[in-house]
Structures are given as structure tokens and as C-alpha cells.
Design a protein. Structure first.
Length: 449
């Protein structure tokens, strides 16, 4: 078990797959026989990989029925894209942000835009079941339509569009699925409905309905721009004499030295300025490496030994077994490794810490939130997470032989340090609803005077 219980890296997995080096074309025809082989291979693989499918799949019988129905419905050849649209409907029933089948690579989007492809032209956010315009695509700066509720796109009711898109988004809960879809709406729309050069977007304002006629946009959605820029992911600001803000939008950064140097400089500044209250914003943090929050944050704020989980359940795989372990078996137990307090840093922070969480907070950032809450290292503030407090991880990747689509499946389940309520979200110590149009408004509500 040492290979999995040292430091686990878990990244948020969305409807669209990352990390492919080559752009795969999905317009070639694949026979029904070969597509069914892909389905059967995937079905066998998840059962050999996942430690307990019933943990996240709410109705296992309904899942098997859906799988059989999809396979039965494949009678004619179809393209890889058509196959992806069909099998991705299983993602909703999987109910796990770390489990997915089907989807297209980010490289396909880059290739599409490089060839003058056009996308839905606005960034959007959810307000409960309502989809609101946030800004022009590629930026988060407000425009004249900001906060308007979309009711139709090209004569199709938004309820129909959201139903079809959410059906194909993976995620622990509907709350998380909406949070994911909001960041990738333009791409999801393209995936399901194809390219549209122009858009007639009906919106509602003050009880009246109006229509925007807009051309498609060739901009990269802002979410993907942020993923590539260090300064968009990591920010530190001294707000006033008592308060400082540390924004951490990811625990996944390839240049680890750059990340750790940034964190060290931030805590050095806190010490120099004698700041009393540190606000850490992880509302847009979808995960990454647990090492990054242990060494980048808890190194400076932890005042007692801690562990980042308790009970675990893991499937033993050939590529990660330890001596004596039987491949294919499921092991359960307790994490017995504690991380000791770091006494070597000169920049220990002993002040008050508030950690902001929300629906998008997931994966390793949930493990971070669990840990600081269970050990009283910080108070959680904001809205409950869309993900479960008991997280899956140890993600395995499979490439379907004929369609070349990727699939993801976790091999372990981990309870939070204090255990219990694994299927529930992480609930803040202080729940404060905040505007997704203006999320910065939450920060002013937690400042100490």
C-alpha cells in the first residue's frame, strides 16, 4: 500500500480530456462491431480497476441497463465523435468527477480555433438552475449583458440544451456538474451541437425577453487561458494592516520550484507585515498534487501532526502492487502516516486563517479543505463543495482501441481525516452564499476589522 498511501495526485477530470500529444480526428467511420468491442473493453476495465462502483453510482442496476441499451443501439457504423456523444451519456450516472468515458482532447479545441473555428461567444455562470451571461468569451470583464438570464439559443430552449449537456458531464453531483459545465460551456456546446457561425440568444431582463444576434467567437475560453498562466492561478495581496489574500486556483503546477518559491515569499511577507488574518481562496481549485498544499501551505500553518485521510479502500493493480499484495483484490485499512509539524521554516503563520470553498472546489483541494477543517488549522467559509468529502483517486487511464477515446477510472476511495459522511459535500464552518458573477464580493465579508 505504500505506493498509494504516500502522496496521491488527483486531478479534476472533466467532459474533455487533457494530455494527448496528437490531435485525433474523430470524423472517420468505425464499424458497429468495433465500437461494441470498445464498450465491452471499457466495461471490463472499470470493473477490474474500481474498488467499489456502488460507492459513487447511485443506482447500479440503472447504470447496467443504460450500458446495455447504448450497446444494443449501436447497429450501424458511426464516427468517433458520434460515438463519443453517445457513450458520454454514461458519465452522469457514474457520479464521480474522477471517472469518465468519451470526450475530446483540449488539443482538438486548439486545432479547431487555429483553423478559424467559432464558439458560443460568452462566458457563463449558473445561478441555481439559471444560466447567466458573465462576459465575452475569453475574458471575465463584465459587458452590457452581464447577469442576464439566457432563455434560448438559436430557438432551442435553454432547459433542453442544459439537460443534454449536463447528461454528458461527469461529476460527483449535479452541483459539481454545473460548476464544470459553466467553465466549459462554449466547448460543450460545440461538442454536442457542432459549429455555429451565428447565434440568436434570447435573454430575460426585468421580466422582458430580448434577443442578441452575435457572431461566433474565435477566442479560447478563459478557463483554458488561466490554466496556462502562473499569475492567473496564484496571487498574493496584502489587503490592509490585518488581512491578506492568497488565491490558489490549482494544486497542479509543473514548475514546482516556482510554486514553492511563490508560497515561501507570500508567507515571508505575512511575517514581515505582521498580518493577523490570512484568507486562502480555493473556490476555483480543481485539484492537483497533495504535496503542493502540504509543503506550500500547511508547512506554514499546521500546529500539530496531521494526516490527510483516514479509512481507505483500494483495488490492487499489477502496475502498483506492493510485495505480498494480490492483483485484483480489494484492500481496506486506515492511514497511519502523520505529517509532522515543520519547525524549520522561519515564516510560520500563527494568525487566523479562513479558507474559501465553493461548488468547483474538488479533488486534492477537497482533501486540503478536509484537513484544515478537521484539525482546526483554518475555518472554511463560502458554499458547500460540489464534490464529496470522501474522495476517489489514483486515476488510471485507458485508450479505447478502435475509437481512440480515453477513459478514466479511480482505484481507491479515501475518507476525510475525521472519517464519516463520505458521500456528503464539504460544508463550510460559515456558509455564505456569493455571486458567481462577482465572486470577489465574498472576500469583503470575511475581513477582520
Amino acid at each position: 500500500m505504500k505506493k498509494i498511501l504516500t502522496i496521491i495526485t488527483v486531478l479534476i477530470i472533466t467532459l474533455y480530456l487533457h494530455g494527448q500529444n496528437d490531435v485525433i480526428k474523430y470524423d472517420s467511420m468505425i464499424s458497429a462491431k468495433h465500437l461494441k468491442h470498445d464498450l465491452n473493453d471499457w466495461f471490463d476495465w472499470i470493473h477490474k480497476t474500481h474498488p467499489d462502483l456502488s460507492y459513487t453510482i447511485k443506482d447500479i442496476d440503472a447504470f447496467y441497463k443504460s450500458f446495455d441499451s447504448i450497446k444494443e443501439d449501436i447497429r450501424e457504423p458511426m464516427t468517433g465523435l458520434e460515438f463519443s456523444r453517445k457513450i458520454s451519456t454514461l458519465n452522469h450516472t457514474l457520479s464521480d468527477g474522477h471517472m469518465l468515458v468519451g470526450g475530446l482532447s483540449i488539443d482538438n479545441l486548439r486545432d479547431f480555433l487555429a483553423n478559424d473555428g467559432l464558439l458560443f461567444p460568452f462566458e457563463v455562470v449558473f445561478d441555481k438552475d439559471n444560466l447567466l451571461i458573465k462576459s465575452d468569451l475569453g475574458t471575465y470583464s463584465a459587458n452590457k449583458y452581464t447577469s442576464y438570464r439566457i432563455t434560448e439559443i438559436n430557438k432551442v430552449p435553454i432547459e433542453t440544451i442544459l439537460r443534454d449537456l449536463l447528461l454528458r458531464v461527469n461529476g460527483d453531483s449535479e452541483t459539481q456538474q454545473k460548476a464544470l459545465l459553466a467553465t466549459r460551456f462554449s466547448r460543450s456546446f460545440l461538442f454536442l451541437y457542432g459549429e455555429k457561425k451565428e447565434f440568436d440568444i434570447e435573454y430575460e431582463f426585468n421580466g422582458n425577453k430580448f434577443t442578441i444576434h452575435a457572431n461566433g467567437s474565435n477566442e479560447m475560453p478563459k478557463h483554458y487561458k488561466i490554466e496556462e498562466q502562473f499569475n492567473d492561478n496564484y496571487k498574493f495581496e496584502i489587503i490592509d494592516k490585518k488581512n491578506a489574500l492568497l488565491t490558489v486556483n490549482s494544486f497542479n503546477w509543473k514548475n514546482r520550484k516556482q510554486y514553492l518559491d511563490f508560497m515561501n515569499a507570500a508567507f515571508k511577507k505575512l511575517k514581515e507585515k505582521n498580518v493577523k488574518h490570512l484568507i486562502i481562496d480555493i473556490r476555483e481549485n480543481g485539484g492537483g498534487s497533495d504535496n503542493n498544499w502540504m509543503e506550500g501551505i500547511l508547512k506554514y500553518i499546521a500546529d500539530k501532526p496531521y494526516r490527510w485521510g483516514s479509512k481507505f479502500k483500494v483495488k490492487i493493480l499489477a502496475n502498483s502492487r506492493d510485495k505480498g499484495e494480490v492483483v485484483g483484490s480489494v484492500e481496506t485499512g486506515d492511514l497511519d502516516k502523520f505529517i509532522h509539524v515543520n519547525d524549520t521554516t522561519s515564516f510560520k503563520f500563527n494568525g487566523q486563517v479562513s479558507v474559501l470553498i465553493g461548488p468547483y472546489t474538488y479533488s486534492s483541494s477537497i482533501l486540503f479543505a478536509n484537513t484544515v477543517q478537521d484539525y482546526n488549522f483554518a475555518a472554511l467559509v463560502g458554499e458547500p463543495t460540489g464534490g464529496k468529502s470522501g474522495q476517489t483517486g489514483g486515476i488510471q487511464i485507458m485508450v479505447l482501441k478502435n475509437s481512440k477515446l480515453k477513459a478514466f477510472c479511480p482505484r481507491f476511495i479515501l475518507e476525510r481525516p475525521n472519517g464519516g459522511m463520505s458521500l456528503e459535500p464539504v460544508v463550510p464552518d460559515k456558509i455564505i452564499k456569493y455571486s458567481k458573477i462577482n465572486p470577489e464580493g465574498l472576500i469583503s465579508k470575511v475581513l477582520i476589522k
